[in-house]
Design a protein around this ligand. Sequence first.
Ligand SMILES: [Zn+2]
Length: 430
Amino acid sequence: MLKLLIGFLLFSAVHAAVVQEGVFIKDTKFSKIANSMPELVVDHVSSRGFELYGPKGTKAWLDQIGVNYSSLDKTSIKSLAQTSYPSHEEISSFLKTLASKYPKIMKLESIGKSVEGRELWMVKISDNVELDEVEPEFKYISSMHGDEITGRELTQFWIKDLLEGYGKDARITELVDNTEIFVMPSMNPDGSKRKRRGNAKWKDLNRDFPNWTKNEANSWEKRAPETQAVMKFQAKRQFSLSANFHGGAVVVNYPWDSSYDRHPLDELVKDLSLKYAALNPEMRSSTEFTDGVTNGADWYKVYGGMQDWSYFWHNDLQVTIELSDRKWPKYKDIPGFYKDNKESLFVFAKSIHQGAGFKLKASNSDGSVRVTNLDTNSSLGSFGFSRGEFYKVLEPGNYRFEIAVGNKTKSFETSVSKDNVLTNGNFTYL
Ligand SMILES: [Zn+2]
């Protein structure tokens, strides 16, 4: 078999996470071998089997080496009328209508265009939405895999709920007043248009981000336009907590994805994941995952995913939330999925307030900050910041922040309590 594996490596393009062919394989033992091959993408490993994606020729190669496979369950996708889900154009006008109805708390921005020119919409929700205030920055991104559609709809429901609840619902008002919330319902509109995983060029966007385990630079060159748009946007902001939505399983997956090492905030990110899952009936009663959560690499390794990239380079703690076993459920089931996730979506976003940060008087300064946990006397690492602002989600405890801007240094100590109240008292002004 080894000879055939090597042969396959030679004839296909290197570094390209091209996902033109997809199959379902029952033999889970084969998932490890497949996952060690850079041109193949393994997804959703379960006791029943796993999905395998690769370039043209993948099926022929599987035939050659005698691995049995079946086709992916697309019957549910094909039998559905195109009209049951809103089109990209309908989503665009839905968001534009909301933005004009709620101009004080919602701003709609296109952060780039897909391969085929569709706008990549990013919604900002906050009080004084036109201003960049000193508030923790949170985000939700959905459907980077175009055929994993549930989150695209759920994030739109959530946007509408925040806007309609503002000024009426005390919890929502408090969250919107004290947080800069960003929501991107559709990162891969071309893929969703075709009901497929990859973008218009068959690129798997969740294998397209810089891979920290391979010492890749945090550079957007030569990446898909959808990946580039997210990378450029992230570099302009100071996100500290986020989630990205997928489908094909029901679980909260936390970093790292690409290393068996435990994340420096392992306890915290596991906590946040458990909190999300505990409020979702299907997750908390999962038979596949204990308490509805899993460490990423323990499930299966993902290289070049958005989740690892987000924390490694941007201090933005991110989890991957798989919302529905069916990637493309019947549209009439979407309100039910929203009902099951609504409280989790809110509570996870609110968790961003368990943390600490600072704002410098020189508001344009870029620098770096080292964060030390004083209770365990351990460093959480060094992080870059821009616009004189930095914020970090943290476990309850006592911390020291050592800031360097050019050759000037400053430091302060602060404490984080469990579920910090929703005020911005957790920022220190220096
Ligand atoms: Zn996915």
